[in-house]
Design a protein around this ligand. Structure first.
Ligand code: CS2
Length: 509
């Protein structure tokens, strides 16, 4: 049997008719946007919106994709001239389209120089990024730049050879200031509420630490809009690559798979020219906050809850966890009774309909989103998804019986990864080693575990950590979730009658 053709410009004219193709002249496309962090999410989201924009009104908005961390782009997208297949999957349905908006890829893992060349170029007027929560080097509980972060310390000492995102961006801005001086928008597309404020904080603080004229130049020439981004797009697997080969007859090493739903709400705050993504489905609004809170607390809160309880209950993917009647009932109750009352009205969206739509998205069996993938970096995620609504409810004297369970779930997930608890799975989280050390020292004493973990003030602000209700729920949660029957504990909490006011936690059996 002959090898299947590989995706590239030469194959575009020979693809099956059901595969969509770029509806514009790619050869005429010039770069105007740089994106840092070209993972599956970017390929399913910003690059697709840009492809839509180029098809509807062609302009100088080609994308240059930059990776400053693995994997190497030259090995995948680079071999295909930036082309890749974006699959939309909904249970048995598959829709394939070749996205052409990425004109070039740049690997800058070993040195920042290639990234800086692009970011400082006068062609680039918009820099978008998906660098994960921890890429901002901020303190999750406060949003401030973590000056003790080893990469930040390194970059402040070596500002011309940075390795952190704040260091690389500050250096790029300095190069822009010292050359053409053109304004630029830095648009965070990471899943963090107030992501523009956090990005602005870390870049400005870094620039202030360095001194000189850069802080003033940034104030006059750089915008940091916040944005809410949404589409479930798990890491690509070998099975996704095989799907393209089997169904459509060609090989694509850079496939990205996502669900139908997509949303992008961007704060109307820009410097320089802006790609008009609002003409192809994105919204430009004055205040992104209500959209961010809704999405992060409801959709992401549900994903995080299903991931920890799912792993503890032996479920592999989100769709497996939500197919379990107990976990589905638990997460629906949590969102409806405890999360929704913390949210402000969002223009044009009914909160209860949003909960149902989110839960229904999570049942899509064709999206193979591993619970371990969502569980990754939980310390960076739980503040926004769970602890902020918990804090607000406690301040009003309201119950947190349900929201506290996935917080204990995150702890139990990292505790069970420790040697003392048999290394149940490898856990990836900036605080994994610290929590494993606590577990190794303390053993199965839930109260001592809760005391030591709640004392990590980069995650739990001290006032919240001192709250007796939270502490009691976390202790009970750890006892239940670390027991031989974690799902029995979830069932017990879920069977408790509805009562919005504070109450004492259920004791595990
Ligand atoms: C997920 C998100 O891995 C995770 O933390 O919760 O990547 C989620 O799928 C996206 O935010 C959906 O827009």
């Amino acid at each position: 049997m002959s090898e299947p053709d590989s995706l590239g410009p030469a194959l575009l004219g020979r693809l099956p008719p059901e595969v969509g193709k770029p509806a514009y002249d790619r050869a005429a496309l010039k770069p105007g946007i740089a994106h840092i962090g070209v993972g599956a999410f970017h390929r399913c989201h910003q690059a697709e919106y840009t492809d839509d924009l180029l098809a509807s009104r062609f302009d100088r908005w080609g994308l240059i994709g930059i990776n400053i961390r693995p994997p190497l782009l030259s090995q995948s997208l680079g071999r295909q001239d930036g082309l890749y297949t974006r699959l939309i999957r909904q249970n048995d349905e598959v829709e394939a389209r070749i996205i052409g908006s990425i004109v070039r890829v740049v690997d800058s893992q070993d040195s920042a120089a290639p990234a800086l060349d692009v970011l400082a170029s006068s062609d680039i007027e918009m820099v978008t990024m998906t660098v994960t929560e921890k890429g901002y080097c901020h303190i999750p509980s406060s949003g401030a730049l973590d000056l003790d972060h080893p990469d930040i310390a390194h970059d402040l000492a070596n500002p011309e050879t940075p390795r952190s995102v704040p260091g690389i961006l500050a250096r790029a801005l300095e190069l822009r200031m010292g050359s053409h001086g053109r304004p630029v928008t830095l648009l965070s597309c990471d899943n963090i509420a107030s992501n523009g404020i956090i990005l602005g904080n870390v870049v400005r603080t870094f620039a202030e630490q360095r001194g000189g004229k850069l802080p003033d130049w940034i104030a006059a020439n750089v915008a940091f809009p916040s944005a809410m981004v949404d589409r479930i797009a798990p890491a690509t697997t070998a099975a996704d690559i095989d799907t393209v080969e089997k169904r459509f007859g060609y090989r694509d090493g850079a496939v990205a798979v996502g669900e139908c739903f997509r949303q992008w709400v961007i704060e109307n705050c820009f410097a320089g020219r802006v790609p008009r993504w609002d003409r192809v489905g994105a919204s430009f609004v004055d205040d992104v906050t209500p959209f961010e809170h809704l999405k992060i607390r409801v959709l992401n809160g549900a994903q995080t809850t299903l991931s920890y309880l799912g792993v503890l209950g032996g479920f592999e993917h989100t769709s497996d966890a939500i197919a379990d009647p107990l976990l589905a009932a638990f997460v629906r109750r949590m969102l409806t009774e405890e999360t929704l009352p913390t949210l402000h009205a969002v223009p044009g969206i009914s909160p209860t309909a949003y909960v149902e739509q989110s839960l229904s998205r999570l049942t899509n069996t064709a999206i193979r989103h591993r619970n371990h993938q969502i569980a990754t970096d939980g310390s960076q995620k739980i503040v926004q998804r769970l602890l902020n609504p918990i804090r607000e409810r406690l301040a009003k004297g309201e119950s947190i019986a349900l929201l506290s369970v996935p917080v204990a779930g995150w702890m139990a997930y990292l505790i069970k990864a420790s040697a003392r608890f048999g290394r149940a799975w490898p856990a990836s989280d900036p605080f994994a080693a610290r929590i494993a050390a606590i577990a190794d020292r303390v053993g199965a004493d839930s109260k001592a575990l809760a005391d030591a973990i709640l004392a990590i003030d980069a995650i739990f602000d001290p006032q919240l950590a001192a709250n007796a209700t939270l502490r009691a729920h976390v202790v009970a949660g750890l006892e239940g979730l670390l027991s031989g029957d974690p799902m029995g504990f979830v069932a017990q909490v879920c069977a408790e009658p509805t009562d919005a006011r504070l109450k004492q936690p259920a004791r595990s059996a």
